[in-house]
Design a binder for this molecule. Structure first.
Ligand code: SAH
Ligand code: SF4
Ligand code: F3S
Length: 438
């Protein structure tokens, strides 16, 4: 019996790559296991966007040493974004000589031959392609069960924000063909999925590389009309490329949810410029105003970073001020972390760890207050909730997400998983709402 375990770090891109890795392993006859000790192959699908993500991988690899010593047949593989960095594959080899297989983000489809090479040679195998190879269609996918499925619409990123490693490890933007995307969405609808999340590092750039003029707004319309799926979400959008055409398509759509995840990163024009984000705070706030004018009940969420090189207290105050004005429903907050090889790594004015910590705490405190206020605004509204199942928060409670992507809890004796129901919101907390079926 061959069984596999994949441990995934990082973003939805990696989560979905792991679903493809699982699909490939299952066609090779492997079965999934939740226990490290029982696995015949263990893959770590890694992330390198911040050092903390890398450290988790190093420490797990350290712990796997003993298991490998006790079971030499075990195959340990490291894949994903970490090995795509210069020198990293060699470093992993050197630090953890018992790792059998190292491969990159562009080598997922080669997994069967890589495993064969390990089995036949019993030597370490490394395969990391640089650049931006062509997209491989028709790979098997083993998705998690549930109401929601991830669907990649494009790979790579061309933005090179000065702090970010992603363009170096994922290559340039490559869009899948609209027909392939719609066919996959229709197949997902046929399998019973209710919601798809379209994935790309910057989905608003969809289609730019194909030169056909068919853009992200066109893709959303096509999916709305042709896929048969109930709900459509997407991530991540870049504020610079979020145009009026797109807002209008979303406003007019019954299926595309009114949730706008628009990473702002910083509120100071000086810092935004140094980050290479391509918009000003004014342009960003105008965009939000435009969205709220056309989609009054829109929820807006964001990513924010503190402590970028050269960020003064005044710059940070600008971020706090933008957060007060934008009134985000929620925000992912990060402490800037130096990524070797990125332009920001060599910039002057690195902020002390102490200051970064203090800033992020102030930011989180402010955002939590606003998140709660935004949630309270929902009390009394009747919302459409796609039910995901039984909640762990209490017996007889079920949960799902509203169109704004907020978690909603409600009591129900009947299992309503997969159904879209109406719930009146009666109570609110920072991270979820509660209500009753109407
Ligand atoms: N493509 C997406 C997400 C990229 S990574 C986007 O452009 O929004 C997700 C988040 O990680 C980013 O939005 C950013 O806030 C954060 N991030 C990226 N690089 C980072 C770094 N070097 N240090 C800290 N946070 C970082
Ligand atoms: Fe990184 Fe910027 Fe690309 Fe997002 S848009 S992945 S932050 S370079
Ligand atoms: Fe991390 Fe790679 Fe995603 S670096 S954030 S897993 S694209």
């Amino acid at each position: 019996m061959k069984s596999y375990l994949i441990k995934t770090f990082g973003c939805q891109m990696n989560e979905h790559d792991s679903e493809v890795l699982a699909g490939i392993l299952e066609t090779l006859g492997y079965t999934p296991t939740g226990e490290m000790e029982r696995a015949g192959i263990i893959l770590l699908n890694t992330c390198c966007v911040r050092e903390t993500a890398e450290n988790k991988v190093f420490s797990l690899l350290g712990r796997l040493r003993r298991q490998k010593m006790g079971n030499p047949e075990l195959i340990i593989g490291v894949c994903g974004c970490m090995p795509q960095q210069e020198h990293m594959a060699a470093r992993i080899r050197q630090l953890f000589p018992y790792v059998d297989l190292v491969f990159g983000t562009h080598n997922v489809h080669q997994l069967p031959e890589l495993i064969t090479r390990v089995e036949e040679s019993r030597e370490a195998v490394t395969e990391v392609w640089p650049g931006s190879p062509v997209i491989k269609e028709d790979l098997p996918v083993r998705r998690k069960e549930g109401v929601r499925a991830w669907l990649t619409i494009m790979y790579g990123c061309n933005n090179f924000c000065t702090y970010c490693i992603v363009p170096y490890v994922r290559g340039r933007e490559r869009s899948r063909k609209p027909e392939d995307i719609v066919a996959e969405a229709a197949s997902l609808a046929g399998q019973g999925y209710k919601e798809i999340i379209l994935l790309g590092q910057n989905v608003n750039s969809y289609g730019k590389d194909s030169g056909s003029g068919f853009d992200f707004a066109d893709l959303l319309k096509k999916l709305e009309d042709e896929s048969g799926i109930e709900r459509i979400r997407y991530m991540t959008s870049h504020p610079r490329d979020f145009n009026e055409k797109l807002i209008k398509v979303i406003a007019a759509s019954a299926k595309v949810c009114e949730h706008f995840h628009l990473p702002v990163q910083a509120g100071s024009n000086k810092i935004l410029k140094k980050m290479g984000r391509g918009y000003t705070r004014e342009a960003y706030l105008n965009l939000i105003a435009e969205i709220k004018a056309l989609v009054p009940l829109a929820t807006v969420t964001t990513d924010i970073m503190v402590g970028f090189p050269g960020e003064s207290q005044e710059d940070f105050n600008d971020t706090m001020d933008l957060v007060r004005q934008a009134r985000f429903d929620s925000a992912y907050t990060f402490i800037y972390n130096t990524r070797p090889g990125t332009p920001a790594a060599g910039m002057e004015g690195q902020v002390s760890e102490e200051e970064k910590k203090e800033r992020i705490q102030n930011l989180i405190r402010l955002q939590n207050r606003i998140s709660l206020e935004r949630s309270i605004e929902e009390i009394g509204r009747i919302q459409e909730v796609l039910v995901e199942g039984e909640s762990k928060k209490g017996k007889g409670l079920q949960f799902g997400r509203n169109r704004g992507n907020k978690m909603v809890l409600f009591p129900s004796a009947e299992d309503l998983t997969g159904k879209t129901i109406k719930v009146r919101i009666t109570a609110a907390q920072i991270a979820h709402l509660a209500g009753e079926i109407v």
